[in-house]
Design a protein. Structure first.
Length: 464
């Protein structure tokens, strides 16, 4: 049997586009654990980010689906362990155990499916009931990893317990790599099935639709900024699930385009939430009236994130969303689901309207912008430095400067991420070429049943 090419070789560099959001997170002073553990928390997130990116890159680079699933699952497990255990609280430990349980269950389901069907030849020879169960198990595992409804409870706990900038690591980057592995397995093996899997695909579409509608509604009414970010990731994961419900090669490019855009855009959104919290000291939307007036750079960044997250006709992300919904859901339900997906503009608009409202007490009490430091008198400077006007800052002074300017630096970094997300959502940086790479070729081993695409048959109809 000929080995398929890497399931997502063009996407190996995709996780690196979000690495600039790996900022240190302040230490939880209320921790009851040892000081060493509390001090290590601020240093744990960059390490978790690197491990998560490495695991995702390895999962996207190997050809064996079982190995890829193990790598994607391992990256998620390491990310949760480092990100949550470092919080040093009893509640953080409980959340960690529950999240590990969800990840392990999803990983085992995917591993069993990958072991049952290793390629088109095995899919054509295996019992149809087992083949259908393997497909449904793999798709359900992806739904669990994205926190899709009704598997969203663990994702809600993540939004409560995780640091803002660590949220994409667990709910976007690792699940996206897991979804690409599942998509490559589906495109290579499922077309050789002898049955259309209508019931199984319909269930996946229903789960995806519920995730899109209910998570978007929750993001529109929730009063916590971090919860808004978390629910928006659940809704975007529902769009990705539609790609697994469509046994059509045309869904390959659309799904990968969507996943690339989601990873970058939600990283920018989470970084924006972290910068907002750091600047004003609260995550409650009701207390953030006037935040955009006090921090115009963050307001401009959120506007860019809105454009990247919702899209505009002609942008790659807009076309990908419309394609997946059109392939998975028949009219008129497809039109309604597309409208629900585009309703994401409402929670972005809500945050922007709160930002331009008259500033509230919490926003007004935020520290003022620091004034420029006065230069030292010339008498205190060495003679060589009097002529140049230069001065040398000591390490404590540099720390003071960083503390004074970190809000402006964070806002500028978020603005850069927002610009990057617009470029990716528009199809720049080689996104279109990477996403349009053909799926793994089916095996031509003698005795294998030809796939519908290879035999010239029309693809399976929409399950809903």
């Amino acid at each position: 049997m000929r080995r398929s090419p890497s399931p997502a070789a063009p996407l190996r560099a995709a996780p690196m586009s979000a690495c600039s959001s790996s900022w240190a997170v302040p230490v939880d002073s209320s921790s009851r654990w040892s000081p060493l553990l509390r001090a290590g928390r601020a240093r744990s997130l960059p390490g978790a980010t690197l491990l998560g990116l490495g695991a995702a890159g390895f999962a996207l680079g190997v050809t064996d689906p079982g190995t890829a699933v193990a790598a994607a699952t391992g990256g998620g497990v390491v990310g949760i362990l480092i990100t949550f255990v470092g919080r040093g609280t009893e509640r953080g430990l409980i959340v960690t155990i529950r999240e590990l349980r969800a990840l392990v269950v999803a990983g085992v389901m995917a591993l069993l499916a990958a072991a049952a069907i290793t390629g088109p030849v095995a899919a054509s020879r295996i019992d149809p009931a087992i083949a259908a169960l393997a497909y449904f198990g793999f798709a359900t595992a992806v739904a669990v990893r994205f926190g899709a409804i009704p598997f969203h409870v663990w994702a809600a706990r993540v939004a409560d317990a995780a640091p803002e900038v660590g949220l994409p690591l667990v709910t976007a980057w690792s699940p996206a790599a897991f979804a690409v592995v599942a998509l490559s397995w589906t495109q290579a093996a499922v077309p050789a099935f002898v049955q259309p899997l209508v019931a199984e695909r319909a269930i996946i579409v229903v789960i995806a639709a519920l995730s899109i509608v209910l998570a978007t509604a929750a993001a529109c009414v929730n009063g916590d900024v971090e919860h808004v970010v978390g629910y928006s990731m659940v809704a975007d994961g529902g769009i990705a699930l539609l790609g697994l419900a469509v046994l059509d090669p045309s869904a390959w490019a659309a799904t990968r385009t969507w996943l690339l855009a989601v990873v970058v855009t939600k990283t920018a959104f989470a970084a924006w939430a972290a910068a907002l919290h750091s600047t004003f000291g609260t995550r409650k939307i009701a207390e953030l009236h006037g935040w955009a007036i006090r921090s115009p750079v963050l307001g401009l960044a959120l506007l860019g994130i809105l454009v990247a997250g919702v899209g505009w006709p002609g942008m790659a992300v807009f076309a990908a969303r419309a394609t997946l919904i059109d392939l998975a859901v028949q009219a008129p339900f497809g039109v309604l689901l597309l409208a629900a997906a585009l309703a994401a503009v409402l929670y972005y608009a809500r945050l922007l309207l709160i930002g331009v409202a008259p500033p509230g007490d919490v926003v007004l009490s935020a520290p003022e912008r620091p004034t420029r430091r006065q230069p030292e008198p010339a008498a205190r400077l060495p003679r060589a430095r009097r002529r140049t006007g230069l001065r040398r800052f000591s390490r404590p002074e540099m720390g003071v400067l960083w503390q004074a300017r970190r809000g402006a630096i964070a806002a500028a970094a978020v603005l850069v991420l927002a610009a990057l997300s617009i470029g990716v959502a528009g199809g720049s940086f080689g996104v279109r070429a990477a996403a349009e790479a053909p799926p793994p070729a089916a095996s031509t081993e003698p005795g294998a049943e030809p796939s519908p695409e290879a035999s010239g048959e029309s693809p399976a109809a929409s399950p809903v």
